[in-house]
Write a new protein. Structure first.
Length: 183
């Protein structure tokens, strides 16, 4: 674990000196320097004192980098295409088990000719346009601001039934981090 680098980054972001941390925790500057350079591993009790001095939860210091906030700025979004109609997919963010994306469906476009199924659960929010959604024997039409969700293991499809490009915000949760057909 890279706890020392996290402590240093938090300390610098908050404009706290090593001397201030030491004054509050009773630790020596030499020890704090070794902690920040990962040359020594502090006890949980010592980490708790450092966390209190930094005004962060102890658990935050113990998170791995991939467990912390993942930022995707608009200009850095990964953009791919999906399905035979090459739907534009903007990947907004993802964690090990959840992905969020914006999908553009031109008029008449759908997620496939036939309903398809995959692992996971999906939540859809219609940002723009008119959508027809079908899952198993259920079907409905949705407009801007409407939302729907389903277990993706039942065959489903989404189609743009409007005269303008539809944009749908989709969040997909799976229990594994394996790849799947996104929409």
């Amino acid at each position: 674990m890279d706890i020392g680098s996290s402590i240093r980054a938090i300390r610098k972001r908050k404009n706290i000196t090593i001397a201030q941390i030491c004054e509050e925790t009773g630790l020596s500057q030499g020890f704090m320097s070794q902690v920040e350079t990962n040359k020594t591993s502090p006890s949980i009790s010592t980490l708790e004192n450092i966390a209190q001095a930094l005004k962060v939860p102890l658990a935050y210091l113990l998170l791995k980098k991939e467990q912390r906030m993942n930022q995707v700025l608009k200009h850095e979004r990964k953009i791919t295409t999906s399905g035979p109609e090459k739907l534009k997919v903007e990947h907004l963010s993802s964690t090990k088990n959840m992905r969020m994306m914006l999908v553009e469906l031109p008029p008449g476009a759908s997620t496939g000719e036939e309903p398809h199924a995959h692992e996971g659960e999906e939540v859809h929010v219609v940002i723009q346009g008119r959508i027809y959604a079908e899952q198993g024997e259920d079907a409905a039409e949705f407009s801007e601001g409407d939302s729907f969700s389903w277990n993706a293991c039942t065959p489903h499809l989404v189609r743009n039934i409007g005269e303008e490009t539809a944009t749908v915000l989709i969040s997909i949760y799976t229990e594994s981090d394996s790849e799947w057909d996104l929409i």
